[in-house]
Design a protein around this ligand. Sequence first.
Ligand SMILES: Nc1ncnc2c1ncn2[C@@H]1O[C@H](COP(=O)(O)OP(=O)(O)O)[C@@H](O)[C@H]1O
Ligand SMILES: [Mg+2]
Length: 237
Amino acid sequence: MLEIIDLKKSFVQPSGEPLQILEIPEFRVEGGEQVVLLGRSGGGKTTLLHCISGITSTDSGKIRFLDQELTKFTEPMWDRFRASNIGYVFQTFNLLPAFTALENVLLGMSFAKDVPDQEYANWLLKRVGLGHRLNHKPDQMSVGEQQRVAVARALANRPRLLLADEPTANIDPANQQGIVDLIKETCKEFNIGLILVTHTMEVAGQFDRIDQLEDINLVSTELAAGMPEFEKGENQS
Ligand SMILES: Nc1ncnc2c1ncn2[C@@H]1O[C@H](COP(=O)(O)OP(=O)(O)O)[C@@H](O)[C@H]1O
Ligand SMILES: [Mg+2]
């Protein structure tokens, strides 16, 4: 379903010098497969998700998904494709603060459809356990509830792939497991492929396929080696 071949990505540093972040010879995810990407802070996990979702452009290489070559997409092609096929759950939820839970999900739908499906949005919010919070705005909800809205929004267009970037990093410990369970279960229920990024074994250990970023990304070892000793610890986000 998703195939990455010889992907390279670098950023221009403030000094003007390029810094290579990703060099991935090969990475594949089958339809409906659940993959955890485990790797230390600064290793390029978020950058990789940004490349897969077209938030960031790539330098070279191919990303194929659903028989299309995403790396050849123009910006308008990306907008439509991303809205219809890729769900994204951010570490910091990224809900629109002026809108209710229901409106946030409906807005997510409006990028892919001309007429948002109100009934499905209601159903999704009930599915994530928020049937009683439809008309609450983000600041009227707990962080766990906000991330549940974000999961509902990410599922709103029945995507084929869900990208979840450290989805429990800003959630209180009591609600972390609920979010992991929700993502796992809904992806399975709707046959959605999942790439979940984390830096903790506690989250990763709950999935069958765990890919260490260092094993798939040839530069992440060098990046980590260049970091000061105190930043090499496990629990960085
Ligand atoms: N827009 C950017 N410009 C320059 N460097 C960046 C940019 N985004 C990320 N980086 C650098 O790329 C590296 C990888 O970042 P990131 O993908 O966020 O890692 P992770 O998610 O694994 O913690 C970091 O060293 C970071 O400083
Ligand atoms: Mg990150």
